[in-house]
Design a protein around this ligand. Structure first.
Ligand code: PA5
Ligand code: NI
Length: 197
């Protein structure tokens, strides 16, 4: 049926789907995700909202699509910029298209098999194609909320489990005020005080 619900007007600065359930993630929902555990514990007393997602789902047939709108707040845990949990799709073949709406950020992609990582800018008028078998995380490096939409198959599903154990290999931190991608392991090693093995 070609009804009016097939069209949606949204505000690119606050893209939320009216009457849809909103999933809101606070810092406390991301325990173990950020590299600097001390900075994480310190910020936990405020437990800021990190991001909100609402989804536009109009039909649930096998061939249908979901459009998820994200609003990711600016901020850092230690040197590391605020990000979304990140996930693979349960149906690994499923790709996704991200469209930047406002703000300034990146998408960190990591291939499941060879663990290759790559960072792509995400901002207004930019689109990022996330291939299948690829973990994806959105990161805000700006001073205002980063807003975007992700369009994916209803069959895709979200698999967070694999990343809870291993996390992404790379982290995006501020170095001299600039977003810099570094190895998580190197960062952890550099933080071990001298004389401790
Ligand atoms: O489906 C997607 O990829 C997005 O809508 C994400 O769910 C959204 O960016 C939030 O990220 P995450 O699901 O990793 O918490
Ligand atoms: Ni996804």
């Amino acid at each position: 049926m070609l009804s009016d619900v097939l069209s949606l007007k949204f505000n690119p600065l606050v893209p939320e789907v009216k009457d849809a359930e909103i999933s809101e993630k606070h810092l406390s929902d991301l325990k173990g995700y950020f590299a600097d555990e001390h900075a994480y514990e310190q910020l936990l007393s405020e437990d800021p909202i990190l991001y909100r997602v609402s989804t536009w789902e109009i039909a649930h047939g096998d061939g249908d699509l979901i459009c998820g709108f994200g609003i990711l707040q600016p901020g850092k845990v230690g040197d590391e910029y605020f990000f979304t949990k990140g996930h693979y799709h349960e149906w690994r073949e499923a790709a996704e298209i991200y469209v930047g709406l406002s703000g300034e950020g990146y998408m960190l992609l990591e291939h499941e098999t060879n663990k290759e990582s790559k960072l792509f800018p995400l901002s207004a008028n930019r689109i990022v194609y996330v291939p299948g078998y690829t973990a994806h995380r959105t990161i805000n490096v700006g001073t205002i909320p980063l807003t975007y939409m992700g369009i994916y198959s209803v069959r895709a599903g979200h698999d967070y489990g694999a990343l809870v154990e291993n996390n992404f290999r790379k982290i995006l931190v501020a170095r001299d005020g600039k977003p810099t991608l570094i190895d998580r392991r190197e960062y952890a090693n550099a933080r071990i005080p001298k004389g401790v093995s």
